[in-house]
Design a protein around this ligand. Structure first.
Ligand code: CA
Length: 226
């Protein structure tokens, strides 16, 4: 179980991090909203604990952006007692639950267990993505085409996962680039084309029915229909 804690107040971070580590959770900490986005899109987390008040991007913007980009990891939003509207806004932006600060440690653990249990149940059905004879397992990270196992790098996997979450949709280079590389995307002009090329070689080369198609003027799509 790996948890991302997003909070800029050192006391709160220490309190949460120390407790979670004692419980056996692996914990990463992001101290601002932009770091949170880049962590959440780079590493697989079982849960994100997200404070609303953050430097650079606030928690609601972070949650909304992650959901827009197709990330389904459960989000537990932290909010101050006097920010009742923020509580509602937090759930509107894509959070699954919220906890009012200051909270008792037991309360936090109970919420974490409830969230990760629900998630574990849902992922059994949702972790296996399929398109034609291509399959991708989000938990085991195995990829197969026609019973043949395909080995992908982390970036190739993230790219293919995004395609498989949006089958038959034309995805722009910006959508693909932002999802896989985050802010770094803007420093690497043709990185999407290069990686789509790598993916094509691995999933389509030598096969009668290619799945990765170029959509002129837009970008790429994954489709069995050509
Ligand atoms: Ca804060």
């Amino acid at each position: 179980m790996r948890i991302l804690v997003v909070e800029d107040e050192p006391n709160v971070v220490d309190f949460i991090e120390q407790g979670l580590k004692e419980e056996g959770y692996a914990v990463d900490v992001a101290t601002d909203g932009e770091l949170a986005l880049s962590f959440a899109q780079t590493y697989p987390y079982d849960l994100i604990i997200l404070d609303i008040m953050l430097p650079r991007l606030d928690g609601r913007q972070v949650a909304r952006t992650l959901r827009t980009r197709g990330l389904t990891t459960p989000i537990l939003m932290l909010t101050a007692l006097d920010q009742v509207d923020d509580r509602v806004a937090g759930l509107d932006s894509g959070a699954d639950d919220y906890l009012i600060k200051p909270f008792a440690y037991r309360e936090l653990l109970a919420r974490i267990r409830a969230r990760t249990r629900t998630y574990a149940g849902e992922t059994i059905a949702a972790n296996e993505l399929k398109l034609a004879d291509l399959s991708l397992n989000r938990l085991t990270r195995q990829v197969e085409r026609g019973q043949q196992e395909i080995t992908l790098t982390a970036k190739e996997f993230a790219l293919l996962e995004f395609f498989m979450l949006h089958p038959n949709q034309a995805l722009s280079r910006t959508q693909l680039g932002e999802h896989v590389w985050g802010q770094d995307y803007y420093n690497q002009s043709n990185v999407v084309d290069v990686y789509v090329g790598y993916l094509r070689r691995k999933i389509d080369d030598g096969r009668a029915a290619p799945l990765l198609h170029t959509v002129r003027g837009v970008g790429y799509k994954l489709s069995a229909e050509g």
